[in-house]
Design a protein around this ligand. Structure first.
Ligand SMILES: Cc1cc2nc3c(=O)[nH]c(=O)nc-3n(C[C@H](O)[C@H](O)[C@H](O)COP(=O)(O)OP(=O)(O)OC[C@H]3O[C@@H](n4cnc5c(N)ncnc54)[C@H](O)[C@@H]3O)c2cc1C
Length: 380
């Protein structure tokens, strides 16, 4: 196919040669763009995004302002050293504070309502482990966040929320919920206001790092040359950089239609954080379950998994809405970026390229800090 050259006008003034080109307009890409603008007020900054709006994790998550349920933190302690776990909680806690300062609580309906971990009939063993570790975990939480007695049992809430097949609840008082759509809309508004251009509907196909620039080849065969580039494509990152140690992980979500007299109020986790649900606009939003079919869900293709769909409906009927009539409004999926280590990759590849990916399902919490760290790395 002949290469459709950029016109002289496009080349010189419309697109030009960005000082910084960011690939991906999720939380990480946009916060990196805003941080670069803060440091370099006159820089030419371009964000390229393959979807009409960002569509990976940032606009498709459950809206939990979340830094870990009790059993998730316990599992992290089994796989990582204690200091690593404390540092991870700290980075989630500080990341959330940064996101709240950047976006503003009122612009994303932040609600500091805490978060409950649900232990169902079959989770007795997990509950006992969490119960036994609770005072130690509270010490860890205090050293990471300064908050005392973060976890506590709230058995009376089982009836208040009308939860079925539930034996125990452990509350995490330091968690919260946001409206994800409003959060991302505010980030886009801030980006445009900061004179940063977002180009939607273009996929970056290839990167080539040269001595004095990075050449970015788009799917329409245009080539844009930028002084520096940040790759912020999270679960899709291996499509551009196959050597990266990151895997995609799909997550399925459903939302019901409004339910009269809904008793669920707050954010809830189950099974080590693999299931999560909340109320929003008198509806139930429920997602997760990829641990039931890990291999199949290691994909960056949006779509449904019948096994997981069935498990989510089962959970809805047995535990969240027992005996309560409901209808499902819609299903959707989102893509996470995960890896062996529960830590983001923020790495410079030669002088002009920085990769900021692998949010490990924590991007709402750490994404805005990762965006800033990407700029630190780029400007070292
Ligand atoms: C269902 C679900 C629930 C979640 N729950 C939580 C939670 O409770 N707490 C929490 O902290 N996090 C949660 N997350 C994770 C969080 O949403 C993500 O970690 C975060 O949004 C990742 O942000 P990002 O900017 O790194 O990537 P993304 O938001 O995925 O953005 C990457 C962007 O890059 C674009 N892109 C990809 N390839 C290319 C290319 N070649 N060219 C151009 N553009 C490209 C994509 O279209 C996408 O918009 C959840 C995610 C999902 C899906």
């Amino acid at each position: 196919m002949p290469q459709p050259n950029l016109s002289y006008w496009e080349q010189t003034s419309f697109i030009g040669r960005p000082d910084l080109l960011i690939i991906g307009s999720g939380i990480v890409g946009l916060t990196a763009a805003l941080e670069y603008r803060r440091r370099f007020p006159t820089a030419k900054i371009l964000v390229v995004e393959r979807s009409p709006i960002a569509a990976g994790g940032s606009t498709r998550n459950a809206g939990f302002a979340c830094f870990g349920s009790i059993s998730e933190i316990l599992a992290d302690l089994e796989n990582h050293e204690e200091q690593v776990v404390i540092d991870l909680i700290k980075s989630r806690w500080e990341g959330l504070a940064r996101l709240r300062a950047l976006v503003g609580d009122e612009n994303m309906n932040y609600q500091g309502v805490g978060n409950y971990e649900v232990f169902r009939d079959q989770d007795t063993h997990l509950y006992q482990e969490c119960r036994a570790a609770m005072s130690h975990l509270n010490e860890l939480m205090e050293s990471a966040t300064g908050q005392k007695d973060v976890f506590k049992e709230t058995p009376l809430d089982i009836e208040r929320f009308n939860l079925g097949q539930t034996q125990h609840l452990i509350w995490n008082k330091a968690e919260g919920m946001i409206n994800t759509g409003k959060m991302m809309q505010t980030l886009v508004d801030l980006t445009l206001k900061a004179d940063i251009r977002i180009m939607n509907g273009v996929t970056v196909e290839k990167l080539s790092i040269q001595l004095n620039q990075v050449s970015v080849l788009l799917n329409n065969n245009w080539e844009i040359n930028a002084d520096r580039v940040i790759v912020a494509t999270n679960g899709f990152a291996r499509q551009l950089l196959p050597e990266l140690s990151i895997r995609p992980a799909r997550n399925l979500v459903l939302i019901t239609n409004p339910i009269d007299g809904l008793k669920i109020n707050g954010a809830f986790h189950g099974e080590g954080g693999y299931f999560y649900f909340r109320n929003i606009d008198n509806r139930i939003l429920l997602g997760g379950g990829r641990h039931l079919d890990l291999k199949k869900e290691e994909t960056s293709e949006f779509g449904e998994n019948q096994l997981i769909k069935k498990a989510l409906v089962g959970l809805l009927e047995s535990t969240i809405l027992p005996g309560i009539p409901y209808t499902i409004d819609r299903w959707w999926s989102g893509i996470l970026g995960v890896g062996e280590q529960k830590k983001p990759i923020i790495a410079r590849q030669q002088d002009r390229l920085v990769v900021a990916v692998r949010m490990g399902g924590m991007g709402v919490a750490i994404g805005s800090s990762v965006g800033v760290m990407a700029i630190d790395e780029l400007t070292l």
